[in-house]
Design a protein around this ligand. Structure first.
Ligand SMILES: Nc1ncnc2c1ncn2[C@@H]1O[C@H](COP(=O)(O)OP(=O)(O)O)[C@@H](O)[C@H]1O
Ligand SMILES: [Mg+2]
Length: 302
C-alpha cells in the first residue's frame, strides 16, 4: 500500500541517520515558510583598500532610502571594518548565535537610515567547529530574514580564500570592486578568474571606485573586460563607477558615511545612481525556499 511506502520514503532510506532525518524535517518546516527571500549580494575585491566597505555601507544606505529593507553581513576583518566606519560598537556577534543563546535579531545592530548589520567577526572563524544541529539552527535563523529583508549584502574579506569564494558562488549577485590603479585591476582580474574557474557562467558585475570621471571609469572597465574576454572567454557586466571624492575620507574621519554626512557630494550621487541601477536589475521577487541560506551557510562552514 502506498501510504506505508510513502511514509517509509519520507523518513529516508534505512541507512539515513537520526540526525539527517531531523535535518530533513527541519528543512521541510523552512520550506513551508514561502516568503520572498532577500537578494543576496556579495561585494568583493582582489585587494584591500579599494573602497569595498564604503561601497557596501553607502549602497546599503542608498537602497534603504529607496524604501528597501537592507541587512549587511560584516564578514570583512580588515582594520577599517563596517562597525568602525559607522562608529558602532556591537555588543554581540555571530558567535553568540552559534555558541550562545542569542537570536540573529538580538545581535543585529542598527546603522544609519535603518540598515541592519550582522557583525560576523570572530563568529566566522569558529564556524568549522559547528555541529550539524548548530548549522541547522543557523540556517533557520537566517531563513527568518525572509520577508523581512529585500537585500542581504555581504562585505567579504579581500583576497581569495576558500571562504570568500563560497560566499561569492552562493550569492545571486557578485560585485567586484576595483580602483583604477593597475595593481587593483590585476587583482580584480585574479579574483574574477578564480570565481569563473569554479563556475564559468556566474554573472559578475564590476564597479570602478575612486574614478576621476565616468569616461575614465569606463575605460578601466573595458581593460578588465577585454582581459577576461581574451583569457577566460567570458564577459563581465559593468555596474558603473563611484567618483574619487575627498568627501569620502572626510566623512570616514567623522565615522559617518558620505551619503549621510554629505548627501550632495559627487560620490553620494554616484552611490544613489548605483542603488537605482541595482534595484532596476532586480528580477521579480524570488521565493526563498531556505535552500539559498543552506547553501550559503554550509559552504561557508566547509
Ligand atoms: N570614492 C572614494 N573617493 C575617495 N576616497 C575613497 C573612496 N572610496 C574609498 N575611499 C577611501 O579609501 C579608504 C579605503 O576604503 P575602504 O572602504 O575601507 O576599503 P576596503 O574595504 O576595500 O579595504 C578609506 O579611507 C576611504 O575613505
Ligand atoms: Mg573593508
Amino acid at each position: 500500500m502506498t501510504p506505508v511506502s510513502d511514509r517509509h520514503h519520507s523518513a529516508g532510506s534505512p541507512e539515513m541517520k537520526a540526525g539527517e532525518a531531523d535535518i530533513a524535517k527541519k528543512k521541510e518546516s523552512i520550506l513551508q515558510v514561502k516568503s520572498p527571500g532577500p537578494k543576496i549580494l556579495a561585494v568583493t575585491s582582489g585587494k584591500g583598500g579599494v573602497g569595498k566597505t564604503n561601497v557596501v555601507a553607502n549602497l546599503s544606505v542608498s537602497l534603504s532610502e529607496m524604501g528597501k529593507k537592507v541587512v549587511v553581513l560584516d564578514a570583512d576583518f580588515g582594520l577599517a571594518n563596517l562597525d568602525v566606519l559607522l562608529g558602532l560598537t556591537p555588543r554581540y556577534h555571530l558567535g553568540h548565535v552559534l555558541f550562545g543563546n542569542k537570536s540573529l535579531t538580538e545581535i543585529m545592530v542598527q546603522g544609519p537610515k535603518g540598515i541592519r548589520i550582522i557583525p560576523a567577526s570572530s563568529g566566522l572563524q569558529r564556524m568549522s567547529e559547528l555541529t550539524l544541529a548548530q548549522r541547522n539552527h543557523l540556517v533557520e535563523s537566517f531563513a527568518d530574514l525572509d520577508g523581512d529583508a529585500d537585500y542581504f549584502i555581504i562585505d567579504t574579506a579581500a583576497g581569495i580564500s576558500r571562504n570568500v569564494i563560497h560566499f561569492l558562488l552562493s550569492s545571486q549577485k557578485v560585485i567586484v570592486v576595483s580602483a583604477p590603479e593597475p595593481t587593483a585591476i590585476v587583482d580584480a582580474y585574479a579574483v574574477i578568474k578564480i570565481i569563473l574557474a569554479e563556475e564559468h557562467e556566474k554573472p559578475i558585475h564590476v564597479l570602478i571606485n575612486s574614478a576621476e570621471n565616468r569616461e575614465d571609469a569606463h575605460e578601466v572597465f573595458c581593460q578588465i573586460n577585454s582581459v577576461v574576454k581574451r583569457f577566460l572567454n567570458r564577459e563581465v557586466d559593468y555596474l558603473g563607477h563611484i567618483e574619487r571624492d575627498s568627501h569620502v575620507p572626510q566623512a570616514v574621519r567623522s565615522q559617518m558615511l558620505v551619503t549621510h554626512r554629505f548627501p550632495n557630494a559627487p560620490a553620494s550621487q554616484c552611490f544613489r545612481e548605483l542603488a537605482r541601477r541595482i534595484a532596476q536589475q532586480e528580477s521579480p521577487a524570488e521565493v526563498s525556499d531556505g535552500l539559498v541560506w543552506e547553501k550559503l551557510l554550509n559552504d561557508w562552514v566547509n
